[in-house]
Ligand binder design. Structure first.
Ligand code: PYL
Ligand code: MG
Length: 259
């Protein structure tokens, strides 16, 4: 999995506001309403303990501060522990945290200590970006394309299947595609195909995975990005919109999912 860099996290709330404008225009809801639509919850002033974790590649300099800004944006009472790792965990518990946020290089979790609910960033990111695409007001059908059947794309595809969408999917790994077809009933899509979609969820670690033939005249592309899967020349068309933001939208979904 690609690790975030401090550059990815620059101007985080500006990027969120830009994407929220697009989400409002294309779905009639903002990101808080989208998260409520998925999980049926609303944040109060839950105390959120953010614990820096030194495992693996270690602490990303602005990661914890970004999480703090996100908890405050959604009206929650966030704090970053002074210590990392187990000492930080102990500090968060002693600091009356209701919810714990912490990430190593493989898993980023939200854990609600009061109700026991736990969420991962990769599942919540897949689900929330899938939900954004699926709420596109100008969709021409209930057919949706998911590019990338990894742990983010798979979670998004599962959410869309459960919502009754006709999910086309593509992934270069044949075994992964077999599994998704068997377990979710997704329809394998030939990435060089010419079937056009008005809703696309892109969840791959590669650039420019979306090609001319996939995109309908009016289309919403929804992706956690890093890098962007939508080529500039396609994204610059008037009725092709892109929702792409590196962290806030996924974390918002994590927080709403454990309330
Ligand atoms: C959660 C992000 C989304 C994309 N890649 C994931 C990533 O970068 N994970 C690593 C997060 C490491 C955080 C570090 C710290 O500062 O506590 N352990
Ligand atoms: Mg455009």
């Amino acid at each position: 999995m690609a690790l975030l860099t401090p550059e990815d996290l620059e101007d985080l709330l500006d990027k969120l506001n830009h994407n929220n404008d697009i989400i409002r225009k294309d779905t009639g809801m903002d990101i808080a309403e989208i998260c409520h639509a998925i999980y049926g919850t609303n944040p109060g002033n839950e105390r959120v303990g953010i614990i820096p974790i030194t495992a693996g590649n270690g602490i990303i300099s602005t990661f914890s501060a970004s999480l703090l800004a996100i908890t405050e944006y959604f009206g929650m009472d966030g704090f970053i522990t002074e210590h990392a790792d187990i000492t930080g965990y102990h500090e968060a518990i002693k600091g009356n945290a209701d919810i714990i946020l912490m990430a190593d290089d493989h898993i980023f979790i939200a854990h609600n200590l009061r109700n026991g609910k736990i969420a991962t960033n990769h599942v919540c990111t897949g689900v929330v970006y899938a939900e954004i695409a699926s709420q596109y007001l100008h969709a021409d059908s209930k057919e949706i394309l998911v590019i990338g059947m990894g742990r983010v794309g798979y979670a998004g595809a599962e959410h869309l299947v459960n919502k009754g969408f006709t999910v086309y999917a593509c992934d270069p790994d044949r075994k992964i595609m077999e599994k998704a077809k068997e377990e979710l009933g997704v329809i394998p899509y030939n990435c060089n195909g010419t079937k056009k979609f008005s809703m696309v969820l892109e969840a791959t670690p590669n650039p420019n995975t979306i090609s001319e033939g996939m995109v309908a005249e009016r289309c919403l592309v929804s992706t956690p990005g890093i890098p962007c899967g939508l080529p500039e020349d396609i994204g610059s068309r008037d009725h092709v919109d892109l929702v792409m933001e590196p962290l806030v939208i996924g974390v918002a979904a994590m927080l709403y999912s454990v309330l």
